[in-house]
Design a protein around this ligand. Sequence first.
Ligand code: GAP
Length: 445
Amino acid sequence: MAKIDKLMDKLVSLSKRRGFIFQSSEIYGGLNSCYDYGPLGVELKRNVKEFWWKAMVQSRDDIEGLDASILMHPRVWEASGHVANFTDPMVDCKVCKSRFRADELNDKKPGQCPKCGNKDSLAEARQFNLMFKTFMGPLEDAANVVYMRPETAQGIYVNVYNVMQASRQRIPFGIAQIGKAFRNEITPGNFTFRTREFEQMEMQFFVKPGSDMEWFEYWKAQRIEWYDGLGIRKSKLRFHQHGPTELAHYAAAAFDIEYEFPFGWKELEGVHNRTDFDLKRHAEYSGKDLNHFDDSTREKYIPYIIETSAGCDRTVLTALIDAYDEDIIEGEARTVLRLAPMIAPIKAGVFPLVKKEGMPEVATRIHHELKKHFNVFYDDGGAIGRRYRRMDEAGTPFGITVDGQTLQDQTVTVRERDSLAQTRVSIDKLVSFMQEKMAGYKRVD
Ligand code: GAP
């Protein structure tokens, strides 16, 4: 990997140019911290979600899926502690009207605005609740307030016994969910790293009290391994343990999985031991008995919860940052996304070497055949080198070229994005060739 200057600027520009990520409502000047995924971005994001779902739900016998609604009974957020505690201290500058999170201000320059530089311009800190409010029904009054969920977790907690009974699971078992969450962040930023609308991939694992720390260690190990499978370089990942002052009100232990972003080491995912806090609170606020009765041991208890909480948009951003590279091929600069093949938006570009001699017809046939298995892209515009470069920049792992020899022996050239190796492959073996290469992929640090 080359050292890349101004990586974030380049990535933002590539994201727009190639259709990964656009600013929301751009023609109106954009909406701060909201983003839209374009044709390549939506494929990448879907692939990340699918990889997570496969690892966390489909490949396991002890985890079930769920898709809970975004709007929930407002009492849920009282029980969870979000109404009282989901706040950030916010400070306003009286001169330039900028807003800051109090913990982001410079302790050495109290009262001075970090933006306009005016001394003694900062007002007293105020608590600001990060939940978005809206109204259910036609009356916009306090009785009809509902919240846009700030995390997907609570939809899982309130459904634990529904899922358990319906699926005939026994403790220990988990429930996984991917869905949107909303936080009225005071200082969003760093492209899609911190936004006000984002998707989470959360899994809540319900265990017997006493076995919680063992499961906590198990899930820590599983989750960091998952990023390796996703093709993120290991040297860029680490754990950060929450100290006593960082621990959330519900957590007995918490570790963040952090990635070394161009703007520093930052949280990618949280692994939390939430104890019996959540179910106890929901029992108290709903008046329902949320004890679990284990008929094999005749024990009754409120399950402990081990949570793995990942940000989907943040994972996509990480995959893009980690994949971005620049090198020189045959004296020409190239931008390449070294995405793991299984998350790459397009798996192969299919190219006729020239637009004559029957090559476009053969390439079109291959394109249609491969489309039954993978997302592939047909391109017959411009020099072959340029077509390769366009696919490199989109993170496409394979380039398939139909040339004169193809017409003789039904083989094509497969060019690999990272090694630049070129292999002659028979057309009828293309699918298995690509599948084997993708399955054997290992990211080099
Ligand atoms: N249920 C626990 C929970 O929500 P969290 O640490 O607040 O824990 C989990 O959030 C993950 O969600 C974070 O590690 C991050 O990846 C993602 N996330 C949180 N806030 C975000 C935001 N404003 N923008 C993008 N992703 C965010």
